[in-house]
Ligand binder design. Sequence first.
Ligand code: GLU
Length: 290
Amino acid sequence: MSERAGYRGRFAPSPTGALHAGSLVAALASWLDARAHGGVWLVRIEDLDPPRELAGASRQIVDALAACGLAGDESPLYQSRRSDSYRQALEQLQAAGLIYGCACSRADIALAQRAAGLPPHVYPGTCRHGTGGRPVRALRVRVPGETVGFHDRACGWYAHNLAREVGDFVVRRADGLWAYQLAVVVDDAEQRITDVVRGADLLENTPRQVWLQRLLGVPTPRYLHVPLVTNGRGEKLSKQTGAPALDTERPLAELERAWQHLGFPALGAPRIDAFLRRATELWRERWASA
Ligand code: GLU
């Protein structure tokens, strides 16, 4: 039986550009998984980063989803309006002594990494015991030297030794904006998301999110990371790599393309509703028990 009581899924685009073929894959997969489980599907606009936002993109994304028959079951949640919740979570972490101020610039970090022979993504822990009087820029959360992982429905067990492979990570950025890692964990918890279905580029973020969930005492959802769409140069489709907007005049063709990218044969459905019905059945057969 594939119905899962209380299933709540979400699609969480950042409005840095129009919906494109890559983001449609994540949207379609999360929608199908929610429907295949008889669950609720939500849209959350991750507009945390005004400098990177493109005017009108939130509206464009919601409209393009609707053109493809993918409408959220509740009105979209906007992260730009959620600062109070992020601040509360930060205060909870601060009260537990898990947060410290970091004075390092990117250049400081690069220098310390080279000196310590660390790979470019690992924070070397420079400010762990104080900034030595330098002004605080960002806030970081302490991570343990232990393996933190989760079971992904597609990829299986996925884990990081957080201290060795990530380092203490930023929860409030030097520009004062909330970091994605904190916001996504707070919102998934507050929206009672049971199942996260999203692109595989976010797989490597998930151990950090699982760690924050543990610190904040909120449940860890189930995760399914689906294959990324790449361009001819093997880069993830995104605004930065020049992904064209979805052709909302041809939503059925766009859905078929996203569907085949998810590993299924073409459906050749005559209309969107028939496409979505059939795709939900096939998705249920493939993924309901995984
Ligand atoms: N806003 C993120 C993005 O567009 C996705 C976040 C998520 O699904 O957790 O890449």
